[in-house]
Design a protein. Sequence first.
Length: 462
Amino acid sequence: MKWERGTSLNTELMQKQRQQMSFDQLQALRILQTAREDLSQLLMDISQENPFMVVEDTRDMLEINSLGFDNILIEDGVSQYDSYGNMVNSSDKQDNHQAMINQLEDQRQQSFRTNLIDQIMCYRKTRLRDLMIRLVDELDENGFLSKSDEALQLIIECDAIELLDAITLLQQLEPVGVGARDLRELWMLQTEHDPSAPEIAYVVLEIYFNELVNREYQTISNHLNVSIEDILETVAYYQTLAITPAVYFYSEETQYIEPDVFIQQKEEGYEVSYNFQNLPKLSFNDTYYQELKAIDDTDLKEFIKDKRQQVRAVSYSLKRREVTLVQVTQAIIEAQALFFNSKGHQVSPLTIKQIAERCDLSPSTVSRTIQGKYFYTDFGTFELRKLFTTSSVQSESGEELSQQFILKEIQKLIDQEDKQHPLSDQKLADILHERGYTISRRTVNKYRKELGILSTTKRRIK
């Protein structure tokens, strides 16, 4: 009987350990994939069920050199995380981080017009690009292009067709609606870019704007053969839209992206460092733990032991989050040398599987690691996921190709085309297919617009 009882206890213990391991693993995955702006809330949620876990949101504090593990689980006078603290506590690294943080602050002060010019400079150098730059100077403080077409033609020295082309391209920039002439056109541009807009939202603005302003809803309803409820739903939608183009820019500017890692070029290559600024500070309430530990209660002792272990597991998961993110970022730098050497202008084909193999990690771990994570360089802040290939274009061998690669191919084809017989989107897709790249006409159309290249009819020179 003793043997059976011992076996039963051992089995229960093993099952409990397996359950705890599974729980800790799931929790570690959640911590790994959580974006930095959501990390504090996640830890707060976990701490609600753990009386010993103390989470301090340091968003308003400059905590570059420590995650605050100094007080956690100190045994025999030595902290589990001493090596971690030493690793990030170098004054040189702190100075570098501060310099990069200052640069980020400078970026936040970037003006509305400078932001637009930066976007325009991504277009190939043409007269049309020069006209767009001159148009930016004619925008009012709210982002509207309120001067008449005749006045603009005189100011930027162009004809009516060139002006129309330049304004069309200007209105494709961010924020959505920049360059609109009035509220009606601003709402039309926003509606056009919003796949969730009501079906009749655009046509009401285009044809029945006066009736809309005068609240002649029944008239609109009769003409479009829709119900009054549909009209009211559309009116409610308009109330969610911005009333000036610059509103989007300034609201986004105040919610700037904090990078997860800094990438700095050194003589020997690129250095990756973790951004500790504004990350939550985790500590263990040892005083309360000792008070409960002194109580002679078996169930209570088991409870506080489990909770203590949970704090240890969360601490370790945060450490693994940092190490894994730095490791994956370093692998991406090695695989994307073209991106960094070209200062972000070119991207090599790259898959998550390739990085997983480089890091000896599973693809799902790499995917979680890069989810919602950003890196900072001296030429901008980028999302890690943007350096990976999307599956919209493939080579004949089935290899996924990067969007930047295909954009470059489309640009080359159009640069070399016969200007009297420019290539249609379908013809571009056919040529790319002949070269071994599987791409649809619709995707070509999307990429052509992203390049700021006009349609076939507008490119034709007679």
